[in-house]
Ligand binder design. Structure first.
Ligand SMILES: NC(=O)N[C@@H](CC(=O)O)C(=O)O
Ligand SMILES: [Zn+2]
Ligand SMILES: [Zn+2]
Length: 345
């Protein structure tokens, strides 16, 4: 069986920088025409000038002949001036601004401490110019259970944000709960969400199968089965509010297999194949193209891609590890089978 789709885009991706960037970029560029590239580098990409320079480093690292187009994002801080938003818009390459609540995830230390208190002028300018805000939606309050941080974020941050800026374009990134799926579904059209392949395929049992599994740890952390089912229902519902964002987040094996392991799963190697598996599991392969190739560009007001890719139902085994910046990278499903294979790229 074969499946031909308009070439997809990845609306949430971590490419890192330097040797790490060079190691992972070809995996994404083989499948996707474009990707929204996350700005959580060290130091973070907080200005348009930094975003333009990062984009040049990505283009320089591309395999010869690739036409992959990196879409850039600014990292919002308590001090991002409102004028930076107009500069970003004028650049033509910065497509969004990212909210990391300070301390919520990898490289979020420079993130926002009080969104409405510190960033109101900047958010107002984003609303005026139609610049999307991409949100890592978890509260950082240590008294909130880690499995509840996304649901609590909806009440404490998302609702007040949209009440104050009702026309702000918001992408609730990598949603992991039925609560977030329902919130996005009932919100107006300026609110959308990305879904990862791993949250569509795994529940929190995958963190503990046969022992602790550091390569299944990411943020927001995997949730219970009923949440996974709700996410898969949202992704395959035909709603235009949900689209593909892998959140592929490479960390070296040594940083994952550690007493205090980093958050992030590396899924870029086989991303579109993993999504095909998830959609097939509920008999919804006919919905994959809209989710992977149409809903994202429509939300971002960018043209849909013209080329196509073909997937074949053919089992293959994911490599045990990949070279990565002097260490190795363990891809999701390492040493295990994936049911679909990208045959023409
Ligand atoms: N998803 C993750 O677990 N990690 C991401 C950061 C993020 O997207 O929150 C990373 O940069 O490693
Ligand atoms: Zn995140
Ligand atoms: Zn991410």
């Amino acid at each position: 069986m074969e499946l031909t789709l308009t070439r997809p885009d990845d609306w949430h991706l971590h490419l890192r920088d330097g040797a790490a960037l060079a190691a992972v970029l070809p995996h994404t560029a083989r499948q996707f025409a474009r990707a929204i590239v996350m700005p959580n580098l060290k130091p973070p990409v907080t200005t348009t000038a930094q975003a333009l320079a990062y984009r040049e480093r990505i283009l320089a690292a591309l395999p010869a002949g690739s036409s992959f187009d990196p879409l850039m994002v600014l990292y919002l801080t308590d001090k991002t001036p409102a004028e930076e938003i107009a500069r970003a818009r004028q650049s033509g390459v910065v497509q969004a601004v990212k909210l990391y609540p300070a301390g919520a995830t990898t490289n979020s230390d420079a993130g926002v401490t009080d969104l409405l208190g510190r960033c109101a002028d900047t958010l107002s300018e984003m609303e005026r110019l139609g610049m999307p805000l991409l949100v890592h939606g978890e509260v950082t309050d240590p008294t909130v259970d880690v499995f509840d941080r996304e649901a609590v974020f909806i009440d404490r941050v998302m609702q007040p944000l949209l009440q104050r800026f009702p026309r702000l374009r918001v992408v609730f990134e990598h949603i992991t709960t039925a609560d977030a799926a329902q919130f996005v579904q009932q919100a107006p059209d300026n609110v959308a969400a990305t879904l990862t392949a791993h949250h569509l395929l795994m529940n929190r049992n995958a963190l503990f199968t046969g022992g602790i599994r550091p390569h299944h740890y990411c943020l927001p952390v995997l949730k219970r089965e009923r949440h996974r089912e709700a996410l898969l229902a949202a992704a395959t519902s035909g709603s235009r509010k949900f689209f593909l964002g892998t959140d592929s987040a490479p960390h070296a094996k040594g940083a994952k297999e550690h007493a205090c392991g980093c958050a992030g799963m590396y899924t870029a190697l086989s991303a579109i194949e993993l999504y095909a598996e998830a959609f097939e599991s509920v008999g919804a392969l006919d919905q994959l193209e809209a989710f992977a190739s149409f809903n994202g560009p429509d939300f971002y007001q960018l043209p849909r891609n013209q080329e196509q890719i073909t997937l074949r139902k053919e089992r293959w085994t994911v490599p045990d590890s990949l070279p990565y910046d002097g260490d190795v990278l363990i891809p999701l499903r390492a040493g295990e089978a994936v049911d679909w294979r990208l045959v023409t790229a």
